[in-house]
Design a protein around this ligand. Structure first.
Ligand SMILES: [Zn+2]
Length: 320
């Protein structure tokens, strides 16, 4: 088993203690931001729960461990949307409820992981509620979500909750240094919202050069020399990522107007601050925040057009 990411270590210690005392709650909710690699924790937990010889770590040899390794354990159920981005349906939850009422096939725990829990639609969540209210012995539900706010309060109130945020900078910097031989630019963690896996991809993949190209194009646009249509097209791919980068760039540029020179500041921010007034940067970063929210909550919008409209406002023009 690969070692756990260090930012999960404190939580894992608590979970181990619960498991060792046979006191893990019947309904647990794990809330972890995206980019933390939560799959690794869920997988380690699931193997530990199912192992017949569990002692601090799953043994890896027992019948249960072998069934888990071949994804064939009859008492382990992972409920995910049938298609990415779709809802977890009431039928899927009713099936879980039946499992919860049956007895274990291998005499150990039954474990049902629902992920992402916020993908349950309202009727699915309501169907789950009753089962959570009347827990069966040796049947555990683990709900995994990126944010608790999208879950019904009736669900969250019935679960014991654990929240994992981004690791602090010391832990993250050390982990990155262990993972990569490449230089880690001081601004990389900050630009990627301190998300460990995203920052590592940024350093090791093509994202760093992609970011730099986007930054250059935006600086050209704000000098009224750039090609807004081309930039809008570029930003419309990997939209969430690209726009989030720009949001950090804009907020760093606002700090430059206040004379704040942070060591983690994004290099292009000071140039942007020279080219664009504080007021416009502020208005544009607020508009960008709303745009990101709009694009992540509604599908089927014309991304390119909305981004183009936002870009053109750097020149004080109004489109749409
Ligand atoms: Zn085992």
């Amino acid at each position: 088993m690969s070692p756990l990411y260090p930012w999960f270590a404190p939580l894992w210690q608590q979970w181990q203690a619960h498991l060792e005392q046979d006191r893990f709650p019947n309904a647990a909710l794990l809330v972890a931001k995206a980019g933390l690699g939560v799959d690794q924790l869920v997988s380690q937990f699931s193997q530990a729960v199912m192992c017949s010889n569990y002692a601090a770590e799953p043994c890896g040899f027992c019948h249960s461990c072998q069934l888990m390794a071949s994804s064939n354990h009859p008492d382990f159920h992972r409920v995910v949307p049938e298609k990415e981005g779709k809802a977890i349906t009431v039928d899927q939850i009713r099936q879980c409820n039946r499992v919860a009422q049956e007895s274990s096939q291998l005499a150990g725990y039954r474990l049902i992981v629902i992920e992402p829990a916020e993908a349950m639609n309202e009727s699915a969540a309501n169907a789950l509620l009753k089962t959570l209210e009347t827990p069966s012995a040796k049947c555990l539900f683990l709900l995994v979500a990126t944010s608790a706010s999208q879950l019904l309060p009736t669900i969250t109130s019935r679960c014991q909750q654990w929240h994992v945020g981004e690791p602090d900078s010391v832990v993250l910097t050390q982990w990155l240094a262990e993972q990569t031989e490449l230089p880690v630019p001081a601004y990389a963690e900050h630009l990627n919202g301190h998300s460990p896996l995203q920052t590592l991809r940024f350093i090791e993949g093509k994202e760093q050069s992609r970011y730099q190209a986007i930054e250059q194009q935006l600086l050209a646009v704000t000098r009224q020399q750039g090609d807004v249509v081309k930039l809008a097209k570029e930003l419309a791919t990997e939209t969430e990522q690209s726009l989030s980068w720009l949001w950090y760039l804009l907020t760093d540029a606002q700090k430059c107007h206040f004379g704040l020179a942070l060591p983690t500041a994004i290099p292009g921010a000071s140039v942007l601050a020279q080219q664009v007034s504080y007021d416009l940067l502020y208005t544009q970063s607020e508009a960008l925040r709303e745009l990101i929210e709009q694009l992540t909550t509604h599908s089927g919008l014309n991304r390119e057009l909305l981004i183009l409209d936002w870009l053109i406002k750097f020149n004080g023009e109004v489109c749409l």
